[in-house]
Design a protein around this ligand. Structure first.
Ligand SMILES: Cc1cc2nc3c(=O)[nH]c(=O)nc-3n(C[C@H](O)[C@H](O)[C@H](O)COP(=O)(O)OP(=O)(O)OC[C@H]3O[C@@H](n4cnc5c(N)ncnc54)[C@H](O)[C@@H]3O)c2cc1C
Length: 293
């Protein structure tokens, strides 16, 4: 099957991209790495006639760190983010996701903005980024807005992004002292297999090592990557231990709305999220203790 004809527009700046999107809305799509979009155009899932490439906009490619946090340009590749975060301890939990996604050939093309922008339920970056309080910046000719990443998704392949907005950057605030995060996923094989289930965890400890804040997220077992508020509540105010782990895992399993497909039954996915939650919370806790010294 061939990709149907479309008109390719090469945006030279963010504002140029926004103008092109507005001009051709609702029939225009942003093209970043193309690892999702080109598949969708070829399969007929998407039949947009205008494609606006943002690949040659230098400001979108940057990853930079400051005292306040990490700013990841939307077209930074997953491979670049993997290399960057592996050498930067506070942000290393992001590499839990980048190092397991797809295969190296895809990671070299796939972008961070594309992983978020496609808004598929099984995307690997949102769970760890949401667990780490990430924000996304959207820009259009009407200005810029920044929102928590968990508020970006509204359903499977659906987001709050307006037709003329470009996802500009993801901002991960600098982790506080005595905090740790982790992402655990299960897939049917190591390379090029999307997650059957994924769980992210972000934990903060107070001076007596009691859990003072917790963000637990899930993917591939809900219509969109999301925070599980009840799982965080099951942890906050308690010391780490078997009972707290069990309560958090049970909360995630209760909140999950798994599908049943070739990768696994709904029941199997529920069992998997229980295990993944325990592992993610435990690793996040161990990291928080390590940071606390
Ligand atoms: C073989 C294979 C294996 C894969 N394995 C995984 C995996 O293990 N885990 C995983 O999470 N994903 C996986 N994917 C999916 C895909 O590679 C990722 O989601 C990737 O990060 C998408 O990025 P991209 O730059 O290629 O996006 P594109 O295909 O260019 O775009 C994807 C969507 O997002 C929109 N978009 C892109 N950038 C922006 C932006 N800046 N602003 C607004 N909208 C934007 C596009 O319009 C499009 O709708 C896999 C894909 C393939 C083909």
């Amino acid at each position: 099957m061939h990709i149907p004809d479309f008109i390719l527009h090469e945006a030279t700046s963010l504002l140029d991209a926004s103008r092109l999107l507005a001009e051709h809305a609702p029939d225009a799509r942003v093209l970043a790495g193309g690892t999702d979009l080109l598949v969708d155009l070829k399969s007929g899932r998407d039949n947009a006639r205008h494609v606006v490439s943002i690949r040659n906009i230098p400001e979108l490619q940057e990853i930079r760190v400051s005292d306040s946090g990490l700013t990841i340009g939307a077209t930074a590749t997953v491979a670049d983010l993997d290399t960057f975060t592996k050498s930067l301890p506070p942000y290393r939990p992001i590499a839990d996701a980048t190092s397991q996604m797809a295969a190296m050939q895809i990671r070299n093309m796939a972008t961070v903005g594309g992983n978020i922008g496609s808004a598929v339920p099984c995307a690997d970056l949102p769970p760890i980024l949401i667990a780490m309080h990430a924000l996304v910046t959207l820009e259009s000719t009407n200005g810029e807005r920044t929102i928590p990443l968990e508020d970006f998704f509204t359903g499977p392949r659906a987001t709050v992004r307006r037709d003329d907005e470009v996802l500009k950057a993801v901002i991960v605030p600098a982790p506080t002292a005595r905090s740790g995060s982790a992402y655990e996923r299960f897939a049917l094989r190591d390379g090029n297999a999307i997650a059957v289930a994924g769980v992210g965890a972000g934990i903060e400890l107070d001076a007596s090592d009691t859990i003072s804040a917790a963000r637990i997220t899930m993917s591939a077992v809900a219509p969109m990557p999301c925070l599980v508020g009840s799982a965080g509540e099951a942890l906050v105010g308690y010391p780490f231990g078997e009972e707290t782990l069990e309560a958090a895992a049970a909360a995630v399993a209760r909140a999950a709305q798994p599908i049943c497909d070739v990768r696994g039954s709904a029941g199997f996915r529920i069992e998997i999220v229980d295990v993944l939650t325990r592992r993610a919370v435990m690793r996040a806790y161990e990291l928080a203790m390590e940071v606390a010294g």
